[in-house]
Design a protein around this ligand. Sequence first.
Ligand SMILES: [Zn+2]
Length: 344
Amino acid sequence: MRAVFIETFGGREVLEFGEVRTPEPDPGQVRVAVKAAALNHLDIWVRKGRPGLELKEPHVLGSDAAGVVDALGEGVTGVAVGDEVVVNPGVSCMTCEYCRRGDHSECPGFRLTGFQNQGTFAEKVVVPACNVEPKPEHLEWHEAAALPLAHLTAWHMLFARARYKPGETVLIHGIGGGVALAALQLVHGTGGRAIVTSSSDFKLEKARELGAAHGINYRTTEDVGAAARELTGGGGVDLCVDSVGAPTLPVSVKAMRRGGRMVTCGVTGGPTATVNLQMLYWNHQTLMGSTMGSQEDFRNLLRAAANAHLKPVLDRVFALNQYPDAAARMEQGEQFGKIVLAVA
Ligand SMILES: [Zn+2]
């Protein structure tokens, strides 16, 4: 089958496109003929190399996909060849204490399709049967492929970790990225008030069209935390959603109200931040981490998307063999919404 893969870590020059071995499903797994796959920052982290990650064979990149089930491993029930599905990229052991209580992304053996497992930038991908769910009917293939990682991450951050309540004011950093836009859609769609930040007035304007109440340009605003507080009448925001990291965490601490919560899922701006703990404890603030979400989160997300006819914000669709151009667009931070690869 044709795929985008790497045989060594590095810059975009290590990307290869060509034939790799077609995967066969083991017991309990299904194979999906990929119709469309979507990009995430994770693809770049994996390509550059992560601690503990070794390449034993050509490694196919990509975590998000939608497609048609084309082969079943032994013992698979509840999924049939021909089913149109979206793929949950998070793979858990399903037997440990975390999995048994439903916290699948807290599993010590948690793996991600495209990271530790072979990925979706390919004509076929193999995943556990419990990782596919029916494709919402209102979504085209390229829309369905853009939904899983970013929306599941945002869903789990908001509803499972931060206990977001409709009506709250949420500060979302770095609007334009997949998780930030998913969070904006979920907050706006549930009667929340979103304040978003970006270095681009163009992206802030686009976010307002999607329902953001306010946009703050962090290039031209000296104190983003104070600006966000001001927009709440001085009290501070209820919740901060952060996938940027080092530059934004101190901003969140300053922007939050007493008792405010901040949840982080990514470090596109760097992993190590300095926080004023005095402000944190004095103001009863909570800082929490979040990765992906549970299988229940994924099912609820897809149901909510179907009920509300929610569609992910798309930036651009590239052909599978144009992946280096698509990756360049993401690395330069030019995108507003998900970048998608049309596979079949
Ligand atoms: Zn587990």
